[in-house]
Design a protein around this ligand. Structure first.
Ligand code: ZN
Length: 364
């Protein structure tokens, strides 16, 4: 077992293609072919966390926040980032981050928060766009079932809680093979008309190459005719922030007390209470002020996030309660996602949660 076996599995959970453009998730330090000794899961990487991994004999740190975020021009040990990088290289420890790609998946940062708050009907507040394409394949009627199945098995045709979704129309395909060709039907130099099925399926971009590969290899034609169209549909399985509902509405104060207890908070910074009961809750772990408008648009009673600036609180305008519970506090349980997933998949290796408190903010 080597480091890249672990990172490949983490990327099955949270594909790197889901990270935001500004992000820097992935393997940041270390040799991917190094044999694995053990894994330390953490929210942040600091020099103390690298020392902890070394002390415990672990050589892979898996963190939520990328240690190297905006690039490094020097590594001379002047900042905590440079110090941590130097220590990791010195001890032969690899550092891997799954950041906004982990935020945006089901079972990721926000699913965890929804689970902790006991919410039902969890949906993404801002589903990802540009992630879906339509694949249309033209197949002889006699082979349509086989090709359709190959595409489904490769991951095509999944919509929400349904799979095996396709639309099929029958028509006539025409072609003329030249002397070099080895046609499925017809003769070289003659125009052939073949009864064909036009198979239409929706495909996630991350699965497109596999779907095309399987479609072509199961197709009887020498030259396969197919189209790939970009779609403007949003993809409800991946996105930013989430919204969910309590089974029974409770008072604003009771809900805030529950949030304080669940997240071990000393205080919550929030806009004035409105006097409505809380039923629908929008939330985004980390810095989520960019989703305040979406939280209002879905008519959530409260929006829970971190890093809200003074002027952003004014956007509540008595339509919603904006509650800032702290960046670290909202994401503190993210470590459990790594821990549980890695422990399940690598039972023969040491997988530990960091014991270092990395939150740089204190409440005095
Ligand atoms: Zn964060």
């Amino acid at each position: 077992m080597v480091i890249s076996d672990v990172t490949a599995l983490l990327e099955q959970l949270a594909p790197l293609s889901y990270q935001e453009l500004y992000d820097n998730s992935g393997l940041l330090v270390g040799d991917a072919s190094m044999p694995l000794k053990g894994i330390l899961a953490t929210l942040d990487v600091t020099p103390d966390v690298v020392e902890e991994a070394h002390r415990k004999g672990l050589n892979l740190i898996v963190s939520h926040h990328p240690l190297i975020f905006s690039g490094l021009k020097k590594i001379v040990g002047k900042t905590y980032v440079e110090k941590a990088v130097i220590l990791a290289i010195k001890y032969d420890i690899a550092i891997y981050a799954a950041h906004t790609n982990l935020d945006s998946i089901k079972g990721g940062v926000n699913s965890k928060i929804g689970e902790l708050l006991g919410l039902n009907n969890l949906k993404f507040l801002c589903p990802i766009e540009g992630e879906l394409v339509k694949v249309v394949a033209f197949v002889p009627i006699s082979d349509a079932e086989k090709v359709r199945k190959a595409m489904f098995d490769a991951g095509a045709g999944s919509i929400g809680n349904y799979d095996y979704c396709s639309f099929n129309t029958e028509g006539k395909g025409t072609f003329r093979a030249n002397e070099e060709a080895n046609p499925f039907a017809g003769k070289a130099g003659e125009i052939h008309v073949e009864p064909e099925t036009r198979i239409e399926v929706i495909v996630q971009k991350a699965k497109l190459s596999k779907v095309i590969r399987e479609m072509i290899s199961s197709h009887p034609y020498e030259e396969v005719a197919y189209d790939v169209y970009p779609l403007l549909n949003s993809y409800s399985e991946v996105g930013a922030g989430m919204v969910g509902e309590l089974s029974d509405p409770i008072s604003e104060m009771d809900f805030l007390k529950m949030v304080k207890k669940v997240f071990n908070l000393q205080s919550i910074r929030c806009t004035p209470l409105i006097g409505n009961e809380i039923k629908k809750i929008a939330f985004c772990g980390g810095s989520g002020a960019f989703l305040i408008k979406q939280a209002i648009a879905v008519e959530a009673d409260i929006y829970i996030t971190g890093d809200v600036k003074y002027h952003q609180f004014f956007d509540a305008e008595n339509k919603i309660i904006i509650a800032d519970i702290g960046h670290f506090e909202s994401e503190q349980f993210t470590v459990d996602i790594f821990y549980e997933y890695l422990l399940k998949n690598f039972p023969k290796f040491a997988v530990l949660k960091s014991e270092i408190k990395t939150n740089p903010i204190n409440y005095i």
